[in-house]
Design a protein around this ligand. Structure first.
Ligand SMILES: [Zn+2]
Length: 164
């Protein structure tokens, strides 16, 4: 796999640089920490001067991330496709002071592309990943009207109470 480069943020934006690549788990340590066990992410990073006259990036990421379903704890491959726009800020204070919805990063002459991509992917992932059709979901066996063991027990208790 291509080792992701670092870019000079402002120069990349001003020259409308284009960088394409593919990232795997070995370059995505925070994703690994968050329970993701596999990922292949293709990205295209483009430098731009946006309509506000500010330097920034456009980022497109497409790929798949392997997560753990929080219902059945099985593996699930989460298809990912995102597009983000980032504006470069001169420092953290500028980001804090900004009062709008524009996403910003501090410009640096040595910005890791993998970190930029990873940031956006983390934002795009579900808080609680679950299979859309999870085998552990109620109704997966015997249809949605089948009472669970717990419900059956509750009904039994109720009947005993009314008999006594
Ligand atoms: Zn599941």
């Amino acid at each position: 796999m291509l080792q992701p480069a670092a870019i000079d943020g402002l120069a990349f934006a001003r020259t409308a640089g284009v960088l394409k690549g593919r990232l795997g788990m070995e370059t995505l340590p925070r994703l690994a920490q968050s329970g993701c066990t596999g990922a292949v992410l293709d990205f295209v990073l483009t430098g731009e001067i946006n309509e506000r006259g500010k330097p920034g990036f456009r980022l497109m990421v497409e790929g798949s991330v392997r997560l753990e379903c929080q219902r059945c704890l099985g593996k699930m491959d989460w298809p990912l496709r995102l597009e983000a726009r980032l504006e470069l800020a001169s420092d953290e204070a500028e980001i804090q002071a900004a009062d709008d919805d524009i996403e910003r990063v501090v410009a640096d002459s040595d910005m890791s592309v993998a970190i930029l991509v990873e940031d956006e992917v983390i934002l795009a992932l579900p808080m609680i990943p679950k299979h859309e059709q999870c085998k552990a979901a109620a109704g997966a066996e015997g249809g949605p009207n089948k009472p669970s063991a717990f419900q059956a027990l509750a009904a039994l208790k109720k009947r005993n109470l009314s008999e006594s």
